[in-house]
Design a protein around this ligand. Structure first.
Ligand code: 1SD
Ligand code: ZN
Length: 260
C-alpha cells in the first residue's frame, strides 16, 4: 500500500515507512504566537519575491493534491535565505472537506480551510530540485493560508475554472492561460513566520526553510469547492480526502517572525 491520508496509510503511519518522518524537525507545526521570536534582522534584510509570468499555466492532478508546474525563472531571496537564491518549481494546495480544517500549519491551534505551498529549490547551490531535496538548505516553501468569503478571488480563477478538467488522478492540462503566481500572494508579504522543517508529505525530508505568510488570501466557497471536487482515483468517483498532515512537535526549534 502506498502512503496517503486514510486511516491505514495516513500521517500516523508514515514514520513506520519513512525514516525522516521520525525526525525532530518535522512539518507542519503550530505557530504559537506567544513563543515566536521577533528577529529584527529579517526586517533589515527583506524577503524578495520575484515571480515571472508563466506563458501557459500547466496543471496536474497527481492524485492527492492539485499541482501547477513552473517553467519561468521565478525566484525568492533575502529574509531567512542567506545569500542564496531559491527558484520556484511548483505550487500545490492542501485542504479539508469543509472550512473547519484544511491547512497544515495552524496559528494558535486555529486551522484555515486551505493552504497554498510555493515550493522553491536552492538554485545557487544545487543543479535541480532532485539534488536539493535531501540537503538541509535545499528547499524553501512559502505557505499562504486561504480562507473563504463571498467573493471570487480573481487570481485563483485560472485554478478553480480549470480544476474540473483535471478531475481524475493522472490528468494533466496545459491551460493556455498566462499566469503569474504572484497573483496568489496576499498584499503584504513582508510579515511572515520562518523556521526549519520538512516536507509535509513522504519522504518528509528535513530540507525545508519554511516561510509562512501572516496575511491570508480569501477565495469564494465555490472556488475552494473546485479543489474539493477533485478525485484521487482514475475513474473519478472517489474524492481526494483531507490532504493535510496535522502539526508535529516544535521541539527545540525556534520560530522567528519578521514583524513585532
Ligand atoms: O506535499 C508536497 C509534495 O507534493 C511535493 O510537492 C513535495 C516536494 O517534492 O513537497 C511537499 S510539501 O512539503 O510542500 N507539502
Ligand atoms: Zn504542501
Amino acid at each position: 500500500m502506498s502512503w496517503g491520508y486514510d486511516k491505514d496509510n495516513g500521517p500516523d503511519t508514515w514514520p513506520n515507512l519513512f525514516t525522516a518522518a521520525r525526525g525532530h524537525k518535522q512539518s507542519p507545526v503550530d505557530l504559537n504566537t506567544n513563543w515566536i521570536w521577533y528577529d529584527q534582522e529579517l526586517e533589515k534584510r527583506p524577503l524578495v519575491i520575484s515571480y515571472q509570468q508563466e506563458p501557459s499555466l500547466y496543471i496536474e492532478n497527481p492524485g492527492l493534491s492539485f499541482k501547477a508546474h513552473i517553467t519561468a525563472n521565478s525566484t525568492i531571496s533575502g529574509g531567512p535565505l542567506g545569500n542564496d537564491t531559491y527558484r520556484l518549481i511548483q505550487f500545490h494546495f492542501h485542504w479539508g472537506p469543509d472550512d473547519a480544517s484544511g491547512s497544515e500549519h495552524t496559528v494558535n491551534e486555529r486551522s484555515y480551510p486551505c493552504e497554498l505551498h510555493l515550493v522553491h529549490y536552492n538554485a545557487t547551490k544545487y543543479k535541480s530540485f532532485a539534488e536539493a531535496v535531501s540537503q538541509s538548505d535545499g528547499l524553501a516553501v512559502i505557505g499562504v493560508f486561504i480562507k473563504t468569503g463571498p467573493r471570487d478571488h480573481e487570481g485563483f480563477k485560472v485554478i478553480s475554472d480549470n480544476a474540473q478538467k483535471v478531475k481524475c488522478r493522472g490528468n494533466k492540462l496545459n491551460t493556455g492561460v498566462p499566469f503569474n503566481p504572484e497573483v496568489l500572494l496576499p498584499g503584504d508579504t513582508t510579515k511572515y513566520w520562518t523556521y526549519e522543517g520538512s516536507l509535509t508529505t513522504p519522504p518528509c525530508n528535513e530540507s525545508v526553510i519554511w516561510i509562512v505568510l501572516q496575511q491570508e488570501i480569501t477565495v469564494s466557497t465555490g472556488q475552494l469547492q473546485a479543489l474539493r471536487n477533485l478525485c484521487c482515483d482514475e475513474c473519478g468517483s472517489k474524492r481526494i480526502p483531507a490532504n493535510y498532515r496535522p502539526p508535529l512537535p516544535l521541539g527545540t526549534r525556534k520560530i522567528a517572525a519578521s514583524f513585532p
